[in-house]
Ligand binder design. Sequence first.
Ligand SMILES: *[C@@H]1O[C@H](CO)[C@@H](O)[C@H](O)[C@H]1NC(C)=O
Ligand SMILES: *[C@@H]1O[C@H](CO)[C@@H](O)[C@H](O)[C@H]1NC(C)=O
Ligand SMILES: [Cu+2]
Length: 318
Amino acid sequence: MSKSLLTALLLSGTALAHSHLAHILINGALYHGFDPTPGKANYPDRVGWSSSNIDDGFVSPRNYSTPEIICHLSGAPPKAHAPIRAGDRLHVQWNGWPQNHVGPVLSYLAPCKNTQDGCGSVDKTALRWTKIDDSAPVLIDPLSSDGGPPGSGRWATNVLIGQNNSWQVEIPSWVKPGPYVLRNEIIALHFAKDLDGAQNYPLCMNLWVEAPIAAPTRTFALDEHDARTFYKPTDPGILFGVNNGTPLSTYKVPGPTLHAGAKPVPHSLQLMSLSKSAGTPVAVTKATQTVKFTAAPAKREAEATEAPKMKGRYNRQG
Ligand SMILES: *[C@@H]1O[C@H](CO)[C@@H](O)[C@H](O)[C@H]1NC(C)=O
Ligand SMILES: *[C@@H]1O[C@H](CO)[C@@H](O)[C@H](O)[C@H]1NC(C)=O
Ligand SMILES: [Cu+2]
């Protein structure tokens, strides 16, 4: 039996709460995410993708080349989209985050092309992504006042926790109007010194990008990365001894290169956003226009169909 398998077995009893997408906020308007825990009746007008990770868990490096890494385990899109102008910032609100789950926070954007309903029934394997945030640079804080081990520094996750577990993402002003999937991801590195020890938490949500707030000064083409090629289990930013005294300055954020036209919100400007109103999600018709989303009644889908199938599958380390 391998050492890491033994560790996994020893830790399997300690089911820690990890996280999911609680909601997103766009200029104070709140749109619902998705809660995969059994028995949750999710909002019918949610913009967060559904998944089958009923323990709020993660995707493992061994699944980096499978569809699971795209939008989490069995990820599937909702019909609704949150409208946002190009150049606007949105707040991704995670449902909590454990202090020890340190790592980078990443964001990717993919247009939904050749569809009749925007991203509402998009084939996730056809999505091609542009990295718009890699939460770099990692701040160096030798006193490690944020709960990390001595010398470990200050990770993007520490900043996220400090802002009520939320992260701000800017949609670049040159992004053309239309339907998009935003993929916000935390890679937790607390077990990443072992192969297959990193934990990826990708959250997907549907957006309807509208004309920019201000005309862009430059335009760019989007990148075309397949999420199944983002990471390899042996990448230096994936296989990384976070508690080994490895200097944080040597940490290399994994995945494709940040797009030259991306405008990540720096750590120092990350802040909380209070909900002022309920957002009005839209349904996309003909991929070029929208109507106000009118939701069917909520189904208790997790309870009815997911729970029995999932039983006993999630003996995983926190
Ligand atoms: C990995 O993928 C398999 C097959 O798709 C899935 O059953 C399993 O739950 C996944 N686990 C993790 C931790 O990624
Ligand atoms: C903090 O996050 C929770 C969800 O995790 C949310 O319900 C709450 O409104 C947030 N509080 C603030 C002040 O943003
Ligand atoms: Cu966890």
